[in-house]
Design a protein around this ligand. Structure first.
Ligand code: HAM
Length: 423
């Protein structure tokens, strides 16, 4: 038997309704905050991710699925969506029509990470990105929108972690301070961190290796180094969050494993999923559009991890089954023509209908109707058609009614409303 690849997974029918519910909830909410959908390719030039996420990040160094697109060109299965949205904003000149763009996109991402519960090599994200707004109110509004989204999904036990990563004016001083701090800890750092401690010391802060975590215990904090503008921005974000009643924790170690962030960075964590506890993360990336050869436009966004979120939603409430409203037990070859026609007509009317063409005995068909949790069974044999005495059996109350052949679809529709089945 050929099995799926390690780190990849199937999303089965008993999960997909939950996934769709999450997506629908996000779309309805995001649209009311002014977002529009954008759909982008899942492969891009490798260079796009190298330049945006950063050469010295785990994602770019170790986790990208990169292969030859042509002789000259390496292409990559996208490890995240922000870089692609920025690429499109620039390439399609979305800014020329209207610099302020609020875009969302939903789809698979690929990272060759070590697979474990809640961490996959193909995973799904719901992304929201805002271009063209520098105001701290938009930072707070995005976090408010995210918080409202989780509230709508009735998720509790969440914390918002908040930090500021400064800007090109203040970050270099912090980086220098961090590098010299790390120089005194070299012997406790892992191989990667030793390599990164000078060029990209921020990455040491989110290294998961326990000895590195220990070593950075007393490391300097970016928030102590913020310039006046960044400090002002950060304070305003916090005030606006308080105004909206969003609880948050200041988390000076939060640097988010991608290099493009400036100023506000945030993560939403849950206490209910074990080690992989981040269900959403995001932040500002005011330099990225320019860095990828676009105009100077501030931007901010986030991504929600759909796999982890679906697991969380299902922990509380297993998905409701999409059971048939009507199961047609067609008995005998002669009834097949009529029942086939009725089954099509019922489905067209929006009634969830299942018909069994197998020609098995009534007993066997009733067994299957039970197995798939059909609400009602329409029992149709040649004799029943001749006598115009088709039986509709309510599988819960076991009550039976006789259904007229003439106007059957309408009759069944009315009957279902008495069962509170929305048709
Ligand atoms: P990220 O923190 O790398 O950010 O990913 C966002 C979320 O995707 C995580 O919080 C997590 O829920 C989920 N996720 C990440 N990796 C995996 C994995 N291997 N398996 C399952 N779920 C995973 C970004 O990707 C940024 N592009 C977010 C952003 C948008 N920043 C600004 N705009």
């Amino acid at each position: 038997m050929i099995q799926l690849i390690r780190g990849f997974k199937d999303i089965l029918p008993d999960e997909t309704e939950t996934w769709r519910h999450i997506e629908d909830t996000a779309i309805a909410l995001f649209q009311s905050f002014g977002f529009k959908e954008i759909r982008l390719p899942i492969v891009e030039k490798a260079e796009l991710f190298q330049r945006s996420i950063g050469e010295l990040t785990d994602i770019v160094e170790k986790e990208m699925y990169t292969f030859a697109g042509s002789k000259e060109e390496l292409i990559t299965l996208r490890p995240e969506a922000t870089a692609s949205v920025v690429r499109s904003y620039i390439q399609q000149k979305l800014y020329a029509k209207e610099p302020i763009q609020k875009l969302y996109t939903i789809g698979p991402m690929f990272r060759r990470e070590r697979p474990q519960k809640g961490r996959y090599r193909q995973f799904y994200q719901i992304n929201a990105e805002v271009f063209g707004i520098a105001s701290p109110y938009i930072d707070a509004q995005l976090i408010f929108m995210l918080w409202t989204f989780f509230e709508r999904l009735k998720i509790s036990g969440l914390t918002v972690q908040l930090n500021s990563l400064g800007c090109p004016a203040c970050r270099p001083t912090f980086k220098a301070a961090l590098s010299s701090f790390l120089a005194s800890k070299t012997e406790s750092l892992c191989k990667d961190c030793v390599r990164r401690q000078d060029k990209n010391p921020l990455r040491v802060l989110d290294c998961k290796v326990p000895s590195c975590q220990e070593a950075i215990g007393d490391a300097p904090s970016m928030t102590d180094y913020l310039c006046e503008d960044c400090a002002g921005h950060f304070n305003s974000v916090q005030s606006a969050l308080k105004q909206q009643g969003i609880p948050f924790e200041l988390t000076p170690r939060l640097v988010r494993g991608l290099d493009y962030y400036t100023r506000t960075a945030f993560e939403i964590q849950t206490n209910a999923l074990g080690a992989q506890n981040a269900i959403a993360g995001g932040g500002r990336y005011d330099m990225l559009v320019k860095m990828l050869d676009g105009p100077e436009q501030p931007a901010i966004g986030f991504a929600i991890g759909l796999d982890r979120l679906a697991a969380l939603v299902m922990q509380g409430h297993p998905q409701e089954e999409l059971a048939p409203d009507i199961f047609i037990a067609a008995l005998g070859e002669e009834s097949r023509e009529k029942t086939f026609e009725w089954s099509c007509a019922l489905s067209v009317e929006g009634i969830r209908t299942e018909i069994d063409f197998s020609g098995k005995s009534l007993k066997a068909l009733m067994k299957r109707a039970n197995r798939i949790n059909a609400a009602n069974v329409l029992i149709v044999g040649t004799q029943e058609i001749e006598d115009s005495a088709i039986v509709l059996r309510n599988m819960v109350t076991k009550e039976q009614v006789t259904v007229p052949i003439e106007g059957m679809v309408n009759y069944i529709k009315k009957y279902l409303t008495t069962q509170n089945r929305v048709v």
